[in-house]
Ligand binder design. Sequence first.
Ligand SMILES: [Zn+2]
Ligand SMILES: [Zn+2]
Length: 357
Amino acid sequence: MRSAGNVSIILCRVRCNTSRSRSTLIRIFQQAHVDLEQGPLEDQEKYFGHHECEVFSEEQQLATESENRWNNCEKNRGHENFFSVQYFRDNYLPKLQSDRDREVINTWIDCTVKLQVTCTSKDRPDNDPHAKDRGKIGCRYGTGFIKLVFSAVYDKPCLCAICKGKVAEKHWGFYVRTAGHVVFNTEEAKTTQVQLNYDDDSCEPKFGYGVDVVKFQPKRDWIDMWCVTCDQEIGAWIESIYCCWSDGDDQLKPPDLSALLPGCGEDCIPVLIASHPHGQPKKITLGEFRGRDRKNCRIEYSNPTCKGSSGAAVFVSDRRTRKFTHILWALPVHSRVIESRTAQKEHINCGHDGWLI
Ligand SMILES: [Zn+2]
Ligand SMILES: [Zn+2]
């Protein structure tokens, strides 16, 4: 497992041991995003377009089929602009200006998780992208982002899929944000496996498990899912990542990613997406912000994505926000994409507008 970084671990140890009670709610990527709940929702229906979940039937062998779909992908043949985590860390992160910027992006990548959902609720509406699969047994891959981590709990039953509330094991709770068409409700959340730290195939699988949907924005197509893990190694690891960000006087400065895009001039706004295309190990794609549609609360970016990327958070590196003390990020990838504009030649994808400028 990649650690949170030497700097992170040192900071974490100091801070965790001195200044924070165990019950403190750890809140990291401060919610700079704006839900725009009061925002306009005109023309909602036409934005139900292509989703980017990777769906498998009950009979299909998941690992083999996932690899086949990666190898035979028509949308992004060869996936040449999808970087493995190691390649990105070796070849792109060194271009950033400071250790702190590298730490921010490393943590962003670490917080990206693969989701495997085995239920499609009968309560999904008729216009849902997965309506035809309602009630069927199968599997759906998407991506999520760890948004909050709670301190470890020692004396209560663990609700993970293994303990099932029967064992009072030390465990951690955390929130994962994803698209509502990836995980629709609590019924689906309870069948959701969260694979953490899936950076390459050599990684030992580490899991958390969905328990409940704690916040649901059906019209905005995103949810927050409460998850738990009693894997002691992974629990301590996710806690350490957050600990490093939340305590002390340091504030989270948005990193400048312009060095990652050749020829990125004054008007260029870099965008980074980490996701699990086709359910494969995590990949990083880079692109540019192409604009936004305030009326319909969405953004456009040029990053390539594939099935399995639905639900990934969108990191926008806007120079105008550098003075801010929190990370700005958009809501999940492919939340109600604009069907007619998912032109693959142009690599235009859309998601909700989730940040404030
Ligand atoms: Zn693909
Ligand atoms: Zn457990």
